[in-house]
Every structure is written in structure tokens, then in C-alpha cells.
Design a protein around this ligand. Structure first.
Ligand SMILES: N[C@@H](CCC(=O)N[C@@H](CS)C(=O)NCC(=O)O)C(=O)O
Length: 202
């Protein structure tokens, strides 16, 4: 398998999932700025949408969209408990989290990275994110991970997108459960390995 990624982008989430699953894969850097691979290939010829993550299976099949990709990875390594079994209520609970993270948090941050976003809108986006993150902080009270005791693919995704709080000026210093959770996730060897591979940790 190949994972098309850009350092620190949302593709860190499947990158973490692949390390946590212990699967063999080739990371392929696809810059979100130049939309080129390191060998100069135009990334749009691989993903016409131009964004990461993208997973290329061994038979050449392409799978897009982070929440789908991480569930596919989790299902390849069922003994790692990265996702509850398909068809169970807990699996829908995971999808509930992945959708929340994707639509309310991930895409809440996106306008803050866009230099064309007017400052007034950035203020609105930061306020909306702050309210979502405050609710999330309450949800993490007394929990190790989003789904309870086990680390799962939603945790890799939430960790990835909350990494963006600092560079975008979203203040999470008053959210003790989220801060402790982020430290717990960051300390995992699979997370460290993905961070190192992307040049985000030593
Ligand atoms: N809907 C996609 C969105 C992915 C996405 O927003 N990727 C960003 C990085 S976090 C990207 O590659 N942006 C560059 C671009 O859109 O050209 C998913 O959830 O996987």
C-alpha cells in the first residue's frame, strides 16, 4: 500500500493508523502547496481533487477520504482493536466521532489556514471551534480515549486536527481533559513513529 501524505496535514491520521496497525506501507509525500510529488509528478494526475490523504492499495485501487481510509486500515488489523466490529452499535459510535471530527473540527480549522479568509470570518471560525472543543473537553472527562479504554482510529484523527490549534491561534489552554488526552495520545509509540516519519518529532 502507499499513503499519499503531506507533513502535519490531516493525512497524519491514517499515517498514525498504519503504524498502530503494524501494516507495511510506503509513505509518499504529496505537497499540499505545490501539489507535486518529490519526483515532480503532478499530484492531480493521481488525485484530481489534489488533496491528501489518499491510500493506494496493492492492486492500484485508490481510496479517498480520511474517515473511510482509517476504517479500512483498522479492519485490516482486527486484533489491534482500532475500530469496533462492523455492524455493531459501537462501530456507528466510531463513525459518529469520525464525522464530528471531520465536519466540526477538521473543516472548522480549514479557513484559518487560508490566507484569503477575511479576519472577521477567522474570528467567527475560532469562536465556533472553541465551543466545539469545550464540549469535547467535557466528553473526555474520565476517559482514556474517545471510545473508552482502547485507542482507536478516531483518536489519531482528533490528535491530528487538534495539533493545529497552536498554529491557528485557537486557545485550548483552558481544556484540561483535552490537554491530558493529547499527551496520552502523543506518547504512544505508533503516534511517535508517524510524527517522526513526517519530521514533526525527534
Ligand atoms: N475531505 C477530505 C479533506 C482532506 C483535506 O482537507 N486535505 C487537506 C490537508 S488537511 C489538503 O490536502 N489540502 C490541499 C488541497 O486541498 O489542495 C478528507 O477528509 O480526507
Amino acid at each position: 500500500m502507499k499513503l499519499y501524505y503531506s507533513p502535519g496535514a490531516c493525512s497524519l491520521s491514517p499515517h498514525i493508523a498504519l503504524h498502530e496497525a503494524g501494516l507495511a506501507f510506503e509513505p509518499v509525500l504529496a505537497s499540499t502547496k505545490s501539489h507535486k510529488l518529490q519526483d515532480g509528478t503532478d499530484y492531480y494526475t493521481i488525485n484530481p481533487l489534489g488533496y491528501v490523504p489518499l491510500l493506494e492499495l496493492d492492486d492500484g485501487t485508490l481510496l479517498r477520504e480520511g474517515p473511510a481510509i482509517v476504517q479500512y486500515i483498522a479492519d485490516l488489523a482486527p486484533t489491534k482493536n482500532l475500530a469496533p466490529a462492523a455492524g455493531t452499535l459501537q462501530r456507528y459510535r466510531l463513525q459518529e466521532w469520525l464525522t464530528f471530527i471531520g465536519t466540526e473540527i477538521h473543516k472548522g480549522f480549514s479557513p484559518l489556514f487560508n490566507p484569503a479568509t477575511p479576519d472577521e470570518y477567522k474570528t467567527i471560525a475560532r469562536d465556533k471551534l472553541a465551543s466545539r472543543l469545550k464540549w469535547l473537553d467535557g466528553q473526555l472527562e474520565g476517559k482514556q480515549y474517545l471510545m473508552g479504554e482502547h485507542f482507536g482510529v478516531a483518536d489519531g484523527y482528533l490528535f491530528t486536527v487538534t495539533n493545529w490549534a497552536k498554529p491557528t491561534g485557537v486557545d485550548i489552554s483552558g481544556l484540561p481533559n483535552l490537554l491530558a488526552y493529547r499527551e496520552r495520545v502523543a506518547a504512544r509509540p505508533g503516534v511517535q513513529a508517524a510524527m517522526k516519519a513526517e519530521g514533526l518529532a525527534k
